[in-house]
Write a protein that binds this ligand. Structure first.
Ligand code: NAD
Length: 359
């Protein structure tokens, strides 16, 4: 799926633009830098239809003006033990709060082998894998999860109860890219259905259910055209059917119920108070065995993975995260794709804020 038109830009151009735009919204230097890194990295790794790239600036614009996000929000430690912390993000940027929580978890794991941080009163933290990758850069195994707007119905139901609640699982490797499983617990996402609709192609019948609870491969069954754009109607289907729903439910217990944030059908409903919760963990592999031994054993498993016989002899096997690292490398050469509608809207927003737009 790539035929919806895109413009392509160098990473440093996008980083500079995003950071300047965020500063104009009132973000601190630290916030602008972390959020710009997150959304540009997302744009460089994922299909534009995933909606994790620069289009996130639209929502941030609304939320920083309606009290949904506070610039310079306090990151308050409510409870702190050697291995565990409970923190309050006070409605700051989700990317920033999750990044700080992960750094805390890493410091704990360095000292006592494990660090877990429960986060309340946060916002959308972007790619779960971005935060798990931070752990891998410090030599730690990272486990990150968040709740989100209810989009998954219990298996056998047609009304949503929990979000697509993304997980980021990262494993550090001395040689080569980290193993980075970064996934929503849904088969697809609203963005990809909208993308298929614009492109005029069908979707697999296990992506989404219509609002009546039926399967369909026609994206038009899920889309309503409005003056403000395409509106999705229906529910997302969980990965692994009832098992995926169970994982998403479990995620909401750790992220929402346990943290003191909103959960289930209440989280993410009011744009001035999304009140998202996260659960962030770092594990130090060096506690369990000598560093080199773990790395050697891990590489043995990686070799077993690549030695598996593909069903199609011409196809390649990819470790979790590998496809996104390949895409990122490719986009470094040819430019990061931003869809043209997003670019037009960004140009307009930049003009309104009096910022030079290089796009
Ligand atoms: N913060 C939120 O509320 C939220 C919600 C949903 C998604 N997201 C983010 O959106 C992004 C996209 O998520 P997604 O679930 O659509 O991703 P996806 O389904 O495209 O990929 C999920 C995982 O599967 C791996 N994978 C994909 N194809 C593969 C193949 N052919 N072989 C081997 N491995 C393969 C990928 O490397 C990735 O780790 C992620 O960064 C996710 O965290 C965030």
């Amino acid at each position: 799926m790539a035929s919806v038109p895109v413009f392509r830009y160098k990473r440093h151009v996008l980083i500079k633009f995003c950071a300047e735009y965020l500063l104009a919204l009132g973000a601190t230097d630290e916030e602008a830098s972390i959020v710009a890194d997150g959304i540009v990295t997302a744009a460089s790794r994922w299909h534009p239809g995933k909606g994790q790239g620069l289009e996130k600036l639209f929502r941030l614009t609304i939320q920083t003006s309606n009290g949904g996000i506070y610039n310079g929000a306090e990151f308050e430690v409510l409870k702190d033990t050697p291995a565990v912390s409970h923190v309050d993000g006070h409605k700051g940027y989700g990317y920033v709060i999750a990044a700080k929580a992960m750094n805390m978890a890493i410091e704990k794991a360095k000292k006592v082998g494990i660090g877990a941080v429960s986060v309340r009163h946060s916002n959308h933290y972007g790619q779960a894998g971005f935060h798990a990758e931070t752990a891998t850069k410090a030599g730690m195994i990272g486990i990150v999860m968040s709740n989100a707007r209810a989009e998954l119905a219990p298996w056998g139901a047609k009304t949503p109860v929990v979000g697509t609640n993304p997980w980021g699982l990262g494993i550090p490797r001395d040689n080569g890219f980290p193993i980075l499983l970064d996934l929503a617990l849904s088969m697809s996402g609203e963005g990809m259905v909208r993308w298929a609709y614009r492109e005029g192609v069908s979707i697999p019948d296990n992506y989404v259910l219509t609002k009546e609870g039926n399967r369909s491969t026609d994206p038009a069954d899920f889309i309503r055209e409005t003056p403000n754009g395409l509106v999705f109607q229906g529910t997302q289907m969980p990965i692994g059917e009832f098992k995926g729903f169970g994982l998403a439910f479990f995620t909401d217990v750790l992220s929402g119920v346990l943290s003191g944030s909103l959960f289930g059908t209440e989280v993410f409903q009011d744009i001035s108070n999304h009140d998202v919760g996260h659960f962030v963990m770092a594990i130090n592999p060096d506690i369990f065995m000598p560093h080199d031994e773990f790395q050697q054993r891990l590489e043995q498993l990686v070799q077993m993975f690549y030695a598996a016989e593909p069903t199609d002899p011409d196809s390649k096997l990819f470790l979790p995260g590998e496809l996104e690292f390949i895409t990122e490398r490719e986009n470094e050469k040819i430019g990061i794709p931003i869809d043209t509608t997003t670019v037009e809207n960004l140009r307009r927003l930049a003009e309104e804020r009096g910022i030079q737009c290089p796009l």
